[in-house]
Design a protein around this ligand. Structure first.
Ligand SMILES: C[S@@+](CC[C@H](N)C(=O)[O-])C[C@H]1O[C@@H](n2cnc3c(N)ncnc32)[C@H](O)[C@@H]1O
Length: 202
């Protein structure tokens, strides 16, 4: 059992809502291909959305409760054929052999000690020409009550992401202030960071 997250997902369904993250919904429209990977996908709001648009999705999370909810949401929407869920730690997940057209990292904050290694692994899951889409909290989120880790070293900065993802061509990388409205645990004024990067075709 992954204590903290299993407990949270057991106590509340739709911790971050059942609707997709708005940046994911917006950007997936512009992505080419048919395969998507969603690491640290929790209860599967973004996997569900992608599958409902015909994407073949792999989703993983270390929380078995989160992944069970993801499977159930996909079954209820009759898209379970398009979604494979995996209970896996980010540092062990292997992914398919050919890679994915899109990898979506949403609020996938890990301890500082593994963050860079995890981000570099995420790049290896892309196909040549594939796109990585990321949204998370930036370091100014500390002190705000709209969600996220309370440990500053788990929050993101532009310099950090530029370095972590230097294998990608960065198309967008910015910090912005938004009002989050994503389930009971992401509510209110927030300091976030968004990134889109693509892997070269050769
Ligand atoms: C804030 S939630 C975000 C869930 C989902 N991406 C979303 O936006 O709805 C963070 C998730 O990351 C997962 N997670 C954190 N560290 C992980 C790791 N090392 N391996 C796999 N999952 C991890 C947690 O179990 C949790 O479900």
């Amino acid at each position: 059992m992954n204590g903290h997250w299993d407990k949270r997902y057991s106590e509340t369904e739709g911790v971050y809502g059942k609707k997709p993250n708005p940046f994911w919904a917006q950007e997936l429209e512009h992505c080419e291909g048919k395969t998507a990977l969603l690491p640290c996908e929790g209860e599967g709001r973004n996997a569900l959305w992608a599958a409902q648009r015909g994407w073949h999705v792999d989703a993983f999370d270390s929380s078995s409760v989160g992944m069970a909810t993801c499977r159930r949401w996909c079954e209820e929407a009759s898209v379970e054929q398009l979604v494979k869920t995996h209970i896996s730690d980010a540092m062990n997940f292997r992914g398919n052999e050919s890679g994915y057209d899109v990898v979506g990292l949403f609020y996938a904050h890990t301890p500082h000690s593994i963050r860079q290694q995890f981000h570099r692994r995420a790049v290896t899951w892309l196909k040549p020409g594939g796109k990585l889409i990321l949204e998370g909290f930036n370091t100014n989120q500390l002190g705000l009550s709209s969600g996220g880790p309370k440990d500053r070293s788990m929050l993101f900065s532009i310099d950090q992401l530029q370095n972590d993802f230097k294998g990608l061509k960065v198309e967008q990388l910015e910090t912005i202030q938004v009002v989050l409205n994503e389930g009971p645990f992401h509510q209110g004024n927030a300091e976030i960071i968004r990134m889109i990067g693509s892997l070269s075709k050769d």
